[in-house]
Design a protein around this ligand. Structure first.
Ligand SMILES: CC(C)(COP(=O)(O)OP(=O)(O)OC[C@H]1O[C@@H](n2cnc3c(N)ncnc32)[C@H](O)[C@@H]1OP(=O)(O)O)[C@@H](O)C(=O)NCCC(=O)NCCS
Length: 156
């Protein structure tokens, strides 16, 4: 798939039928991908989930979040390698932040690998700040890797 100009991305709710396409992106993007079951469980328990695509074409990325009792957590944000660098993740983040605000969340939290430079640049651009570090949080080829905990205060 060729990448779309930055203004042509469309975000919609993730459906069960999207999971196969989502899983393909997940498996090619992460060294330790989520299983199919995790995605189905997320949809079943009512986590908020979206996909981004270009005018009804194949899924280019997705985001999942939990929003409850004044806090939102970004659980997964991923864009297919062929679509990166064109703002798709930003369109997804815009929707997550708007949804969190609509559900009265005051802050949006996420974890990121310190080594994930593309993601950290994206989150910095969106005003996320580092709040802490979870030691040995992520599996890594050579043992474990810490997670940085980032958050952004949501203003309505
Ligand atoms: C992090 C991620 C979601 C960003 O998605 P994206 O749609 O490329 O986001 P953007 O277009 O806003 O680009 C984000 C940054 O990465 C850079 N980038 C990443 N991949 C790129 C590529 N293939 N080509 C060009 N630029 C790229 C962009 O230049 C941009 O940096 P900038 O802010 O300095 O300009 C995507 O790289 C990804 O899915 N990575 C694998 C999964 C992952 O790590 N998710 C985050 C978990 S916390």
């Amino acid at each position: 798939m060729s990448a779309a100009p930055d203004d042509l991305w469309q975000v919609r709710r993730m459906r069960t039928q999207d999971v196969a396409a989502v899983l393909e992106i997940e498996r090619s993007s992460y060294s330790h991908p989520w299983s199919e079951r995790i995605f189905h469980d997320c949809l079943r328990v009512g986590y908020r989930a979206w996909v981004v695509d270009r005018a009804g074409r194949s899924v280019a990325g997705y985001a999942l979040a939990s929003i409850a009792v004044g806090e939102a957590h970004l659980l997964n944000l991923c864009v297919a390698e062929s679509a990166r660098g064109h703002g798709a993740a930003g369109r997804l983040l815009d929707v997550v932040i708007a949804r969190a605000a609509a559900e009265n969340a005051n802050e949006l939290f996420l974890e990121v690998r310190p080594s994930n430079r593309a993601a950290r640049r994206l989150y910095a651009r969106y005003g996320f700040e580092t709040r802490g570090r979870r030691p040995n949080y992520y599996p890594h080829r050579h043992g474990r890797e810490d997670a940085l905990v980032l958050s952004k205060v949501i203003t309505i």
